[in-house]
Design a protein around this ligand. Structure first.
Ligand SMILES: [Zn+2]
Length: 394
């Protein structure tokens, strides 16, 4: 049964899809097709935004803000790794200063086209039917010597005959989605991920079906409610409720009828500080339950996986032999899975309790000694999209 549904989901993604790293002309090898558009030799990027106001439900100022938020999202994600990525064999991305200019000019490396009316004749010809796409990034040119790209990020109309939900079998898509700035920001984050060189991966923001899921009537509320997740590092703000994991009430010294345990945290230089609170129902007012402080022990040591790889053309002059560690590729920002050693303290306890925290980009596991036995005291994994379609439990 589930297998059948899965097949339907995958096929339906063909109806409304996006493409990353597609090149209309220039005859480049596919091998460099996914490289970032900008590397360390580009320090500033001027971009412009064209809006087809008749077919876009968002205000002009919301579109500008969403574009800027999407760029800043990735800069924030990459920032903590830039020092490490400056070493030989690695590559920094997203180091540029992005500035919006107006009006658009043919020489700009990055143009945001919001709504079908902004597409020129060639772009229309290439996309064939713009309403097939919720969003798409098109790198039109790539200079293999300077390793710089040039192209557009297109976001579909959400009103009128060219809107993403005007095709047969698109009735499951939420209409006029760009009225919600957060949904537009999510779509732009996905497309900017491609501009920064991140291919389709995993089940989150950069998954191949992300844009389709984002606008799926069943998921829209989920994305509107939940805080924007990190992409490269583990979640810092989350609620552990029955469907998203479990917790040990003895260890956390909380009432047995606690429905959810809320974590609100910040990570600074490998140190995490979480404020915990309990909720009797998922919509209840939170009651403070203590603090959990943890320090990372083995950052990058545990199954570090690169989020992107940059392939080096033989003509390139950006990276010296030493820069590239003699390789024909460079390793970009990595998913930062790690292990942290921490202590938990309630608002009234005088003695902190030791806890080990396994941090993954898609899950958190905490282990501690409870009544003399090593016990998992918290398991969290973000509610998966599949769970939203097929709820488990009561
Ligand atoms: Zn994509």
């Amino acid at each position: 049964m589930i297998r059948l549904f899965l097949a339907a989901m995958i096929f339906s993604s063909v109806a409304v899809a996006d493409r990353g790293g597609w090149v209309a002309s220039g005859g480049e090898l596919f091998r460099f097709g996914k490289n970032p558009w900008f590397l360390k030799n580009t320090t500033t990027v001027e971009y412009c935004v064209e809006i087809d106001r008749a077919t876009i439900s968002a205000s002009e100022s919301d579109v500008y803000a969403a574009v800027s938020d999407a760029i800043e999202y990735w800069k924030r994600e990459f920032d903590p790794q830039q020092a490490m990525l400056s070493k030989p064999g690695f590559v920094t991305v997203g180091t540029q200063t992005f500035t919006r200019v107006s009006p658009c000019r043919a020489d700009l490396a990055l143009t945001f086209k919001i709504g079908a009316g902004t597409l020129d004749v060639d772009e229309l010809k290439s996309l064939v039917e713009p309403s097939k796409y919720v969003g798409v990034s098109i790198r039109k040119e790539y200079d293999q010597v300077t390793m710089t790209g040039k192209g557009i990020v297109y976001i579909s109309s959400d009103r009128g005959p060219q809107a993403y939900n005007q095709r047969p079998n698109s009735g499951h898509l939420y209409p006029e989605a760009w009225k919600e700035k957060k949904l537009l920001t999510y779509a732009l984050i996905h497309e900017m991920g491609h501009v920064f060189g991140i291919p389709h991966t995993g089940v989150g923001l950069m998954s191949e079906v992300f844009l389709e899921q984002l606008l799926h009537k069943k998921f829209v509320q989920f994305y509107l409610d939940k805080a924007l997740d990190n992409f490269l590092s583990p979640p810092m703000n989350f609620d552990v409720c029955m469907l998203s994991g479990s917790f040990n009430t003895t260890f956390f010294q909380i009432p047995n009828d606690t429905a959810c345990l809320r974590f609100e945290g910040v990570m600074t230089a490998g140190n995490i500080e979480w404020k915990l609170s309990t909720l009797k129902t998922p919509k209840d007012t939170p009651v403070p339950a203590g603090t959990l402080k943890a320090s990372m022990m083995m950052q990058f040591a545990v199954s570090a996986k690169p989020a992107l790889i940059v392939q080096l053309p033989s003509e390139q002059t950006v990276f010296s032999l030493m820069n590239r560690n003699m390789n024909t590729f460079l390793i970009g920002p990595m998913f930062s899975d790690s292990t942290a050693q921490g202590v938990f303290q309630t608002p009234v306890s005088t003695r902190p309790n030791a806890v080990q925290v396994e941090l993954r980009t898609d899950s958190i596991l905490m282990t501690a000694v409870v009544s003399g036995k090593l016990t998992p005291v918290l398991v969290y994994s973000p509610p998966s999209l599949l769970n939203k379609i097929f709820p488990i439990g009561p």
